[in-house]
Structure formats: C-alpha cells, structure tokens
Unconditional design. Structure first.
Length: 366
C-alpha cells in the first residue's frame, strides 16, 4: 500500500497548459476522486501518475519514490480504463491473467489470484466467456478484476462507469466503494459526474481549466465551498446564484438582489460586515428553497415571490423552476406542495444556509 504525492506538477501540450502546478497528497488507503468538467485536467493528472503522459514540471511520488522516470510497468499501479480495454479474442480468465503471465508469475498463483478476484466480484461463472458475450456491467467487473489480481499499491480508475446505464451505474458505484473497503488499497478515481464523486470519495479534488480549485471531504465541499465554481459544480441541481448588493438599513443587514431583498441573520453579520456597500454574489442551494407551508423546523426563512416556469414531479419532491423580472432560480419542494406552472408562488430561502462570494475574486466570504 502507498500514498501518492503530486509536487508542483505541470503538464503542457505545446502552448496549452493541461495541468498547472498541481500540489496534492493522497494518503495511504484513501479513496480520492478527481472531478471536473471535460478538459479540466483530471484524466491527464491520472495518466501522469500512471506513466502514460510525461510530466513537464514537478514530481510525482508513490510512497517515498519519485516515479517521474519510472516505466508504467514498474510503478506498481493498476488502471481501469473507460473503454475497459479487454482483449476480444481472450476469455475473461485469460484477460485477467494476462498481466501476471507477462510477469512470469507461477501458474498456480495466477489461478488462485484470478479465482479469488472473480469471487470478490461475483463473476466466477463468466471466466470462460469472451468479452462480446458479456453485458457492459460484466465487462466492467472483468476490467476491475484484471486490476485486482495484480495486487497493486494504487488503483487508478478513469471514468470506468461512463458506459453503463443509469441503474447499473448506481449499483457499480456501491460495488467499487465496497471493494475499496475490502482491499484497503489507495484508490484514485476520475469522473465528470459530481454525484459519483460525492457518493464514492473520502476526499474530492475539484479541478477547472487545469487548476485544483478545492480538495476536501464531500460534506465540506457541499457545506463550505471555497469559491463560486465549486459551489456551482457540487450539488444537483446546482446552486442558485444572484448578483446582490450588501446593505445596512435600520441596524439590519440585507442582500439586495434588485428583484427582492433578503435579510442576513444576525449571527452571520459580523463576517459579512466588511462587504457592506459592495457588490457580492449570493448563493443558495435548491434544497434550501422551501415552500413556506412545509419548511423544515428551525430554519431562518426569507420570503421571496416568483413565477413558476417548470415543474419536475420526482415523487419524493417537486423540483420547481422560478423566474423573477431579472433572474431565475430552482427550489426543491415537499411533494404535498400545491403548485402549478404560471402561478406566482411565495418561497422561503433558508438564510442560515446562504453563501456569499466576493464578486471580483469569486472566493467565499467567511
């Protein structure tokens, strides 16, 4: 088992900087997820660790060993690709055994490792089949099994669930999380799906345009996003944002969003005081926009009226899209809410969960 360290790592493709000054430590046995939109540098970061891309600047360490110039086969890592990369002419058994045979592992040891991995993944009955005879989920398990048999220090996974249908992805997420707990090995996982990241990672590294924007536990990223990008990327539907002016009136503090004004709770005013008279960005998550009739107990509500544009009836909730004269926002309502498209509806923003961001730096104010 091993830790992984990115020490001021940069990757350039000609004039294009794909990853810029990435500094990050992944603890032994941790499950770290790189997440971000397409082109943010997450897969390149993984491929540099695997040795599939050269590093332009900086160092990568696996344990205490700098691996910049170490060939991929000698890094003691195993990688699961988005395409699974199974050999179509080989059986599942032979696909899983192939890497061990190249390393001259004894036949009895290969047989034991393959059958043990198949048992962990529940694919013992598939070992004689070829990939074309398998479903997408079964192929994904075989690809993971091929990585397990190598008993590596670090598992690398590059969007391994993206080819699966929605139901199977949920099941596979759970299986990979259980596998991490069972094996006790360092996992580094790449995805563009923030729900996948939130449900699987012990920590999440959020990237944008080659830069690491924030790395923290899933709950901390949700509760305390460090900037506007992370706040908007983590959570589904994404956070609502409003341009606002922070003002004081008769000893009270308000965020004036032009179409409406909401009061800042007294216990949060000292933090925001330096921004009075300045332009800020206010953020509130859809799950903190309630129907006043069914709002949770103990919240600090500010009432905002808006027109209902679209409804998504989810069964357990109603995702409601609103517009005002100058802006729009989303709420997640109790299914008992009486709401129709076209009506004007009063909503309750939970001001204890509202975020404010500096409009120039886009950093959270706290």
């Amino acid at each position: 088992m091993a830790s992984v360290t990115y020490n001021h790592v940069t990757k350039r493709f000609g004039e294009v900087v794909a990853v810029s000054d990435l500094t990050l430590e992944v603890a032994d046995k941790e499950f770290l997820v790189f997440v971000g939109p397409s082109g943010c540098g997450k897969s390149t970061s993984l491929r540099m660790l695997a040795g599939l891309e050269e590093i332009s600047d900086g160092e990568i360490l696996i344990g205490d060993r700098v691996v910049n110039d170490v060939p991929p086969k000698d890094r003691d890592i195993a990688m699961v690709f988005q395409s699974y990369a199974l050999y179509p002419h080989m059986t599942c058994y032979d696909n899983m055994a192939f890497g061990l045979r190249l390393r001259k592992v004894p036949k009895e040891e290969i047989d034991k490792r393959v059958k043990d991995a198949a048992g962990i993944l529940g694919i013992e009955n598939l070992l004689d089949r070829k990939p074309k005879q398998l479903s997408g989920g079964q192929r994904q398990r075989v690809a993971v099994g091929r990585a397990i048999v190598r008993d590596p220090n670090v598992f690398l996974m590059d969007e391994p669930l993206s080819n699966l249908d929605a139901k199977l992805r949920v099941q596979a997420r759970s299986e990979i999380s259980k596998l991490h707990q069972k094996l006790g090995t360092t996992f580094i996982y790449v995805t563009h799906d923030q729900v996948e990241a939130m449900t699987m990672g012990t920590r999440i590294a959020v990237m944008k345009d080659g830069f690491l924007k924030q790395v923290d536990s899933p709950q901390t990223l949700y509760d305390l996003p460090g900037n506007i990008f992370v706040a908007g990327f983590i959570g589904s539907p994404s956070m609502n944002f409003f341009d606002a002016a922070l003002i004081e009136d008769n000893g009270r503090m308000y965020a004036d969003c032009k179409d409406f004004r909401v009061e800042i709770p007294e216990n949060r005013r000292p933090v925001f005081k330096p921004y009075v008279g300045k332009e800020v960005v206010m953020g509130v998550r859809p799950e903190h926009v309630h129907d006043p009739e069914y709002q949770p107990p103990g919240i600090q509500p500010a009432l905002v009226e808006a027109k209902v544009d679209v409804l998504e009836l989810m069964g357990h909730e109603i995702t409601t899209y609103f517009t005002t004269e100058r802006t729009s926002f989303v709420g997640r309502f109790d299914p008992r809410t009486k709401v129709m498209v076209g009506m004007t509806k009063t909503t309750a923003f939970d001001m204890s969960r509202v975020h404010l961001f500096d409009k120039q730096t886009e950093l959270a104010i706290r």
